[in-house]
Design a protein around this ligand. Structure first.
Ligand code: SAM
Length: 274
């Protein structure tokens, strides 16, 4: 069993503040015990027996950036699965990507918090089903190096497969040991990168996209960070491009530069042309 180091309200305040500043992930006072449980194993592994000392290491040590990257792997919620909220992925394919292809362009889609890869691979399957996969550029990123390592491996089992429709196994996913392996042409179609959504320069370097999926990630951020990230993502959208967030999320309480539109029961945030 992992030991949990004590986390006083004062140390919680500075530690959670640092984590929010660097990752956007917000912990409220009610999450103090949860944060202590998640941070303690890393602190202990680094040889600390106090979370205040570990905070100083994260804030001031020469390798603070590398340590924070390792800590992030223990903090993030990587929950995802194939065909999660798949109606939205069909809508962006039909509404944005297919018309671009018909017009002779090669559209770009970015899965901006892709976790272990089920979301971009589902989008790849839906495009492939219509013969559009090789004509679309797919970029997928996450802050978690561990999640991306699993995404690149392309091996899945258990809960990741809980919503698979008929016809996927044997066409895009192939049984292997106690799970499935994604077809290599799907894996090759996705360009995986490690990107922190709060890092404006890294986001800008990705270029412009016709579709940005940022689903079930903003839910862990405070309102100020959501506004900042949405502004950064909006700037990366091509004219008429779409931002898609999770079904449990909404941007309606924020003043964004995007128009909320409903298509076949799915809400998308669109960069309408001036
Ligand atoms: C619950 S998963 C969502 C996965 C997928 N989009 C879906 O809807 O199933 C949330 C992901 O957001 C990522 N994330 C959290 N903070 C982030 C940040 N600042 N930059 C990039 N990714 C982040 C986490 O690492 C995690 O993989």
């Amino acid at each position: 069993m992992n030991a949990t180091l004590p986390l006083s309200p004062q140390v919680f305040a500075i530690l959670s503040g640092l984590i929010e500043e660097r990752t956007g992930i917000r912990y409220s006072e009610a999450d103090r015990e949860l944060l202590a449980e998640r941070v303690s194993p890393r602190a202990i592994e680094r040889g600390f027996d106090s979370l205040l000392d570990y905070y100083y290491c994260l804030r001031y040590d020469a390798d603070a950036g590398a340590e924070l990257a390792l800590l992030v792997d223990s903090l993030v919620v990587n929950e995802t699965y194939f065909f999660r909220e798949a109606d939205a992925l069909r809508v962006v394919r039909d509404l944005v990507l297919a018309p671009q292809i018909e017009a002779g362009r090669r559209p770009r889609l970015w899965s901006a918090a892709c976790s272990t890869g089920e979301e971009p691979l589902t989008q790849a399957m839906l495009l492939d089903a219509e013969g559009l996969l090789t004509r679309t550029e797919l970029v997928a990123s996450d802050i978690s190096a561990r999640a991306l390592e699993r995404a690149r491996r392309g091996f899945y089992r258990g809960r990741a497969l809980r919503a698979l429709p008929d016809g996927v196994i044997g066409r895009w996913l192939f049984p292997e040991d106690d799970g499935v392996r994604a077809a290599s042409r799907l894996l090759q179609a996705v360009d995986y990168r490690r990107v922190n959504l709060l890092d404006c320069a890294a986001v800008e370097a990705l270029g412009t996209f016709d579709v940005i999926l940022c689903r079930n990630a903003l839910i862990y951020f405070g309102d100020e960070r959501i506004k900042r990230v949405v502004a950064t993502l909006s700037a990366r959208l091509a004219p008429n491009g779409c931002l898609v967030i999770g079904v449990a999320e909404s941007l309606l309480r924020f003043d964004t530069a995007l128009a909320c539109q409903e298509h076949r029961g799915v809400f998308v945030y669109r960069k309408t042309e001036p």
